[in-house]
Design a protein around this ligand. Structure first.
Ligand code: TRP
Length: 334
């Protein structure tokens, strides 16, 4: 299957439920990519262990993320959607690659510094070597392109460096991946502090729309969204609140900024916020319904998981065996 199209790889951590930002910034855009690429998406549960997880909740969240991928429109028969922890090659390749990664490089990772500052009581080695595991995820599938947000760009850079270093010693073992910058998709900001990215872990419940929020919650949060001075709906640097709402509205409806400005000409912020809330709630409704259906259909979801785990395992093993051989580990006896 993986011969003719280029390989695209991405994934999200299996922590908490997804936000409107994850959806509009990534997931929604993934849906059409399989026309052009062979797409592989992981539920990145091993990465989630860098923070302490409550086991039952964690297991639920991981399955819920899988179902959300599918509910958002990723067809599990056309995309390989699988659990990172079900393919042992991730951890195995990660170890080998960690021996090709310098501490000096890891010390420069800004996400490590941010997370270490935020979780000062649990600065574990996994948090530190997180980028090496991510490199293993990507390189294991000989990925050509990786759609990532700006916050993950440094991790993709280190992946390229590690792959290049390995190839320089052992020949062309790994494909060097490129960042995939989507044509559409916006960076969605917090509804309460529009200078800040919308985050799953925001303490202010009104800052974040979760994909599984009900309509009332969505409308309430948009009603309370922070806006700017003035009263005209228009896109501008000094109007981060309104501009963010316009981005959301534009992603959902496909309307351009000037069309949105005309639509709300002479109407106030209140009316605009209500319209954005309604549009978001309406567009998430079918996704939510599909999600609930999927969670009930255990047999279907299980069979998709099983098939895709096996597919992923097959390709991962191919790369892993090659790497093991190249570095000189003793071959298995058959
Ligand atoms: N670190 C990514 C994030 O938090 C998730 C991730 C793990 C990932 N492995 C990956 C993304 C490989 C792309 C490719 O968003």
């Amino acid at each position: 299957m993986l011969q003719d199209k280029k390989i695209l790889y991405s994934g999200m951590q299996a922590t908490g439920t997804l936000t409107l930002g994850n959806y509009l910034g990534a997931l929604k855009n993934w849906v059409t990519l399989n026309e052009q690429y062979e797409c592989i998406y992981g539920v990145m549960d091993l990465h989630s262990l860098t923070l302490r997880q409550e086991p039952a909740q964690f297991r639920k969240n991981a399955r819920s993320l899988y179902a959300l991928y599918v509910a958002a429109g990723l067809d599990p028969e056309k995309n390989c959607i699988y659990f990172q922890s079900h393919v042992s090659g991730h951890a195995e390749l990660s170890w080998i690659l960690s021996c090709f990664t310098y501490m000096g490089e890891l010390n420069r990772m800004t996400q490590f510094k941010d997370k270490a500052a935020k979780h000062a009581d649990n600065i574990n080695a996994g948090l530190y070597t997180y980028p090496v595991l991510m490199a293993a995820d990507i390189l294991l599938y000989q990925s050509d392109v990786v759609p990532v947000g700006v916050d993950q760009k440094q991790h993709l850079e280190i992946t390229r460096d590690i792959a290049g270093r390995f190839n320089a010693v052992y020949g062309d073992v790994f494909t060097i991946p490129e960042a995939y910058i989507p044509k559409t998709g916006a960076k969605i900001m917090s509804l309460q502090e529009p200078q800040k990215k919308m985050s799953k872990s925001d303490e202010n419940v009104n800052a974040t729309i979760y994909l599984l929020d009900d309509k009332d919650a969505i409308l309430r949060k948009f009603k309370r969204a922070v806006t700017d001075s003035g009263s005209r709906v228009c896109y501008a640097d000094d109007k981060p609140g309104i501009s963010n709402l316009m981005d959301i509205y534009s992603c959902i409806t496909g309307k351009e900024y000037d069309a949105i400005e005309r639509e709300f000409d002479g109407k106030g912020y209140g009316e605009f916020k209500l319209a954005v809330g309604e549009a978001v709630a309406d567009s998430l409704k079918p996704l939510k319904a599909r999600y609930e259906e999927l969670l009930k259909d255990k047999a279907y979801l299980d069979s998709m998981i099983k098939n895709n785990d096996e597919k992923a395992q097959y390709y991962a093993t191919k790369t892993l065996r090659k790497v093991q051989k190249k570095v000189g580990l003793t071959e298995r006896i058959r």
